[in-house]
Design a protein around this ligand. Structure first.
Ligand SMILES: [Zn+2]
Length: 256
């Protein structure tokens, strides 16, 4: 309670100064979706970007320098996800780590027959539940400048953030009641299975095949398509679009 009061006070202070004038040009260039927002959404996005940039701890990895452009590009793309929510600035997220390009991560995986494989993998980004979000700048910039290819690593990782808010990384974010959970389970399970079977049969898929990895990746990949190709998603599956709209509480297809 006291913390919320203190945080809100700090946020009011941040918003008391207008956003620096040159920020809008950087955001326009690297967050292509901005051109489709309504005036009210744009104002809200600017406010959330100001808070995001100021509140998070930013760290460059492998010698990468965190510039104003890096912060604004990440904050701008991430805050697109929040526009339907009354108050949300990814409050639980404290740290954003940025690598210059794809980075190598050590990992251990237990496969279905119980064998632990240790190795390395090349990654574009990752989200650690309540921990930091890790991103690669090369893919962020590309993702922001091409607004309609259905690929955006920032949207992907921040969708994972929402998934993990209830501490269960299972492809289901926090919803508002039993009816929403029922609908989410019904539609997302059906659509996930549809994608898995399309991939198994070697068919061309609208949803990126990476979404067939597991329900958590399915939600993150669908979020990328939802914000980047909302009309195509409606054509592919209106149920899927409407289910994501139920969670994100915004209607990007109306802005096309
Ligand atoms: Zn993922």
């Amino acid at each position: 309670m006291l913390f919320t009061w203190w945080r809100n006070r700090k946020r009011r202070k941040i918003l008391a100064s207008p956003m620096p004038g040159h920020w809008a040009a950087i955001l326009d260039q690297n967050v292509a979706q901005l051109s489709r927002l309504t005036e009210a959404q744009r104002t809200l996005l600017y406010q959330r970007v100001q808070i995001f940039v100021k509140e998070k701890y930013w760290e460059g990895c492998n010698g990468f320098e965190i510039t104003e452009e890096v912060k604004l590009t990440i904050a701008g793309q991430a805050c697109l996800l929040t526009l339907g929510f009354a108050t949300d600035c990814f409050d639980r997220l404290q740290t954003v780590l940025v690598y210059p390009d794809t980075y190598v991560a050590r990992e251990e995986m237990l496969n279905s027959i119980g064998v632990l494989t240790e190795g390395t993998s090349f990654r574009l980004g990752e989200s650690w539940g309540q921990g930091p979000i890790v991103l690669s700048w090369e893919s962020i910039r590309e993702g922001g400048q091409i607004p309609d290819d259905g690929r955006n690593v920032v949207i992907h990782e921040f969708a994972h953030y929402y998934d993990a808010i209830d501490r269960q990384f299972n492809g289901t974010p926090l919803l508002s009641g039993p009816e929403e959970y029922r609908r989410w389970n019904e539609v997302m399970t059906r659509e996930f299975q549809k994608l898995v079977s399309q991939v198994q049969q070697g068919q061309e898929t609208f949803i990126d095949p990476y979404g067939s990895t597991n329900p958590a990746e399915f939600f993150a990949v669908c979020s990328e398509h939802y914000f980047e190709q909302p009309c195509l998603m409606q054509e592919y599956s209106l149920d899927l679009y409407e289910t994501l709209r139920m969670f994100y509480r915004q209607d990007p297809a109306r802005q096309y």
